[in-house]
Ligand binder design. Structure first.
Ligand code: GLA
Length: 387
């Protein structure tokens, strides 16, 4: 089906909305470990204290779903018997989740939902995973579907892969659901084993600087990077059958195959192996309170993403370069898929305001674009309140 066209007139009975279930679903940051999740490597994300809020209630109509986004002031309806892709891209996150839940053989009936978001879109803090996981988690509670957290994570990821068309890894959904307040998750994306590392940042805080650009290369280049890595794995597999992903590949293997693997793929693979090592080093630095070392690893991660993986852009590079000689900034790097979005900066908390003024002016002068800032704290994953 095509969902009923967006129509900003909300039904009268939405004015007195008694929610049966309320959900707070967070965005995420990633301290380090970029473009490693789909290569079955390591990542170190956390949910943040900025969220999407949902209210749910059942309605009396078997198949009618009524949704209102307070943030965008749009109202839409879906028919449960007829779930298919919409031309309105934001609806596909929700439709994808409905489709995946139905594929599980879980029974839904008519419901109403109001959504309010404080997450900027396209900033690389994964408003999409927050939307999918919050919606799935809310329906799980509303209809008693008995889905585990892991099932919610995986079905949300599939919703994004299949309905939205982003071939993303598992990091964003995992972080949005599983995070613990004041911790980073060191996630092994091969085994899905998670270690919670205390986010003891001493006199520092994390500042996100939003470039407010989102270059449209992002989706196609993301898929190209995945393919470049997979191509190298396929070559190595011919000799080493035990290799299933870059996770089992060593620097020695890359050397051995350097004449067979295309030079660009080789560069991507080296980056991934190095970034996996940086995540391990970051965990050690964080656990031992060595924030200076942690910051250096963040800079090294950025340079790898810029020069080897080639997913940065002039705006992100400018922000990282600008921070590099400031002693009160320990580390800075682009965050997320790249080609725009935010940098994540580990810096002394009392310098944030004056630094932001300075970098905002310099950024405007250079690109004539407004820079925005978001300070974030690692926070709890999706939270569900049943009334
Ligand atoms: C996007 C994807 C994630 C991950 C990052 C890059 O955020 O959704 O799965 O691949 O890019 O680290």
């Amino acid at each position: 089906m095509k969902p009923v066209e967006n129509n900003s007139s909300i039904p009268d009975d939405f004015k007195d909305f008694k929610a049966e279930v309320k959900v707070a679903s967070p965005g995420r940051i990633n301290l380090i470990g970029e473009h490693t999740d789909y290569n079955r490597g390591f990542v170190m994300p956390s949910a943040i204290d900025k969220k999407i809020y949902f209210k749910f209630r059942k309605n009396q109509n078997n198949n009618l779903i009524r949704i209102y986004s307070e943030t965008f002031e749009v109202y839409t309806e879906f028919d449960l018997n007829n779930i298919s892709k919409s031309k309105n891209s934001w609806e596909n996150y929700l439709l994808g989740v409905l489709d995946e839940i139905q594929k599980y053989g879980k029974k839904l009936s008519g419901f109403d939902c109001i959504i309010r978001s404080e997450l900027p879109i396209g900033a690389g803090i994964s408003s999409s995973a927050a939307l999918e996981c919050g919606f799935a988690g809310g329906l799980n509670a509303l209809f008693g579907l008995n889905l585990s957290q892991m099932e919610i994570i995986k079905l949300s990821q599939r919703a994004e892969n299949n309905f939205v068309g982003n071939n993303c890894g598992i990091m964003d959904q995992f972080a949005s659901v599983m995070s613990k307040k004041d911790h980073f998750i060191k996630l092994d994306c091969d085994t899905l084993e998670a270690a919670f590392v205390p986010a003891e940042l001493q006199n520092c805080k994390l500042l996100l600087l939003n470039t407010n650009v989102s270059h449209n290369l992002a989706d196609s280049e993301y898929n190209t990077r995945r393919r470049e890595c997979e191509d190298a794995v396929a070559i190595i597999q011919q000799k080493y059958a035990e290799v299933r992903s870059l996770r089992q590949v060593t620097f020695e293997m890359l050397k051995e195959f350097e004449n067979e693997i295309d030079a660009i793929s080789l560069k991507r693979c080296r980056y991934v192996l190095e970034e996996n090592n940086r995540v391990q080093e970051t965990e050690k630095a964080l656990r031992s309170g060595d924030l200076k070392t942690l910051g250096k690893l963040m800079y090294a991660s950025h340079r790898g993403l810029q020069d080897q993986y080639e997913v940065s852009c002039p705006e992100l590079d400018f922000l990282v370069d600008f921070s590099e000689n400031k002693t009160f900034i320990y580390g800075s790097r682009m965050m997320g898929g790249g080609f725009g979005g935010c940098t994540i900066n580990l810096m002394e908390a009392d310098k944030i305001d004056t630094y932001f003024e300075e970098v905002k002016n310099a950024y405007r002068e250079k690109f004539d674009i407004k820079l925005s800032s978001i300070t974030v704290d690692p926070d709890e994953g999706t939270q569900i309140i049943r009334n």
